[in-house]
Every structure is written in structure tokens, then in C-alpha cells.
Design a binder for this molecule. Structure first.
Ligand code: SAH
Length: 260
């Protein structure tokens, strides 16, 4: 990545040392949404352990000599278990490698980053977290969806399923429906009918706008606008490509970085 990192005068980032693991957020897609610190980390890495959700254009920034390990978890497909991912990170660090653990969006937003950080710390390994732009924040802004307006009082970031993939029936949807004007639901498409049912049961109106944003901040970005009443009846063909977010209570406005 030599030469890609903008030389920013006066900034003095710490080096990624041998045996350290940096948990780096890659943002939602577009390389323009990487932070300077993320670029700095990628420039120094000897090995990059990454998820399935990383945009191909970000890989293009990593030199070919850097080892890449794909530990991607894809919904519904066979994928490495979390403990084997952590074991791999610990082993690489103990070999004295400079390790970047690259995660989509922000490493501490619904990405199991905290578990990895704790396991590494418990193994005596130095971990640093490089925050990233979460899909449900900057990714939505990229797609033209403002999360807060003067009318809204609260936004909730919600996961569409429990820790083991189970349906979100045990969540307190009533409390969420009543406290947050906008709900940003990660990993929720498959549960759309149940989520819509729970929210309407809790009093959210059937004509409330819902935006489904697929592949935010990538050239394949698609925004589907519907209503809470129609959400449950959408067919697979009507859904945007994944990964996708469901935004209850918002529709896109203004100009956006639409794909060209
Ligand atoms: N740490 C990530 C989230 C990981 S959970 C972050 O902060 O963004 C994975 C979920 O994130 C996906 O199921 C999807 O709901 C959402 N997601 C990640 N990247 C996305 C993108 N480019 N567009 C839309 N949704 C995305």
C-alpha cells in the first residue's frame, strides 16, 4: 500500500509492532471511507485476517506480498467457528507477525470484535482497535438516508437475530418501537415479516416508510423503499442484494452517491 496512504503532515501514528493484533474497521465499502489510521495499519501489516464483507477495492490497496487469511462468515453457509478464528489470530501473533484483523464497518458494531479483543488480551497479546465507519451510520448517509432530523429523538441500532441466529421474538420490540424514532436493523432481512409484525403490534403505523439498503457504499448499492405494512410480503426478488440494512422510519432524501 506504499504511496496510497496520504502523507498527512504532523500526524504521527504508532507503529504496528511484531506480535500485535490491530482490530481494524474497513468501513462499509468504498475505500474513501477507510480512516487514515486504517490505511496506516494496512500499510504495515504482514498478515491480514479478514471477513467476507470486505470490498474488493480495499484488497486492491493491500500489496500482493501481504498474506491474506479469509475467515468470512456468510449467512447460511459453512464458515469457521469464532473460536477457531480467535485461535488463528493468537497463533499468528505468537509467531511474531504484525497482524491486522480487518472487519467490515466498525469492529465494535455487531461484528464480534469485542469477543476477539477480549480473547487476545487474555492471551497476553497487545490489541488495538481502529474504529471504522459502520454500515448503519456512514453507509446509510452514503445512500442518502439521514439518521437524525429535528423531529427524531433517538435512533436504535438493532440486530435482526439473536447470537445463534434465532428469530428476534424475545426482543422487547415494544420498548424499541416506542423509544426510537428510527430503527437501523443489521442482519434483519430474513426476519423482515416477524420484525414488521412485532413493530405494528407495538403501534408503529403500517404506512411508515422502510428503506432496505443493500451493499451500501459500493457500486452495487440498491435502495428499496417500502412500508412497514408491505415489508413482510416482499418476495426474495424484490429485496436488494446482501449485505443489507433495514431502516424503519426513513426514506432516502437529497442527492446521494448513487452508483454511476
Ligand atoms: N461491523 C459491521 C456490521 C457487521 S454485521 C458494521 O459496523 O457495519 C453484518 C451486517 O452489517 C450485515 O448483515 C448487514 O446488515 C450490515 N452491513 C455490513 N456492510 C453493509 C453494507 N455495505 N451495506 C449494507 N449493509 C451492510
Amino acid at each position: 500500500m506504499q504511496g496510497v496512504m496520504p502523507k498527512v503532515r504532523g500526524l504521527d501514528f504508532p507503529p504496528l509492532k511484531a506480535g500485535e493484533v490491530w482490530l481494524v474497521g474497513a468501513g462499509p465499502g468504498d475505500p474513501g471511507l477507510l480512516t487514515l489510521l486504517a490505511c496506516h495499519a494496512l500499510e504495515q501489516a504482514e498478515v491480514v485476517v479478514h471477513d467476507a464483507l470486505i470490498d474488493a477495492r480495499i484488497f486492491d490497496l493491500i500489496p500482493a506480498a501481504v498474506e491474506r487469511v479469509d475467515v468470512g462468515k456468510r449467512a447460511g453457509r459453512e464458515s469457521p467457528r469464532q473460536d477457531s478464528i480467535t485461535a488463528r489470530l493468537i497463533a499468528l501473533a505468537r509467531q511474531g507477525k504484525k497482524v491486522v484483523r480487518l472487519k467490515g464497518g466498525d469492529p465494535f458494531v455487531f461484528g464480534r470484535g469485542p469477543e476477539e479483543a477480549v480473547a487476545l488480551e487474555q492471551a497476553g497479546i497487545v490489541v488495538r482497535v481502529v474504529p471504522g465507519i459502520s454500515a448503519g451510520l456512514g453507509g446509510l448517509a452514503w445512500a442518502g438516508l439521514p439518521l437524525t432530523t429535528r423531529e427524531g429523538v433517538a435512533v436504535a441500532l438493532v440486530t435482526g437475530h439473536g447470537p445463534d441466529g434465532e428469530a428476534p421474538t424475545d426482543f422487547d420490540w415494544r420498548a424499541l418501537a416506542q423509544s426510537a424514532s428510527v430503527l437501523v436493523i443489521y442482519m434483519g432481512l430474513r426476519q423482515r415479516a416477524e420484525i414488521a409484525r412485532q413493530l405494528m403490534k407495538a403501534g408503529r403505523p403500517a404506512d411508515e416508510p422502510v428503506s432496505l439498503v443493500g451493499r451500501a457504499a459500493t457500486p452495487e448499492q440498491v435502495v428499496v423503499v417500502t412500508t412497514l405494512g408491505q415489508l413482510g410480503g416482499l418476495t426474495e426478488a424484490e429485496l436488494p442484494p446482501t449485505p443489507a440494512l433495514m431502516v424503519i422510519g426513513r426514506r432516502p432524501m437529497g442527492s446521494t452517491w448513487a452508483p454511476v
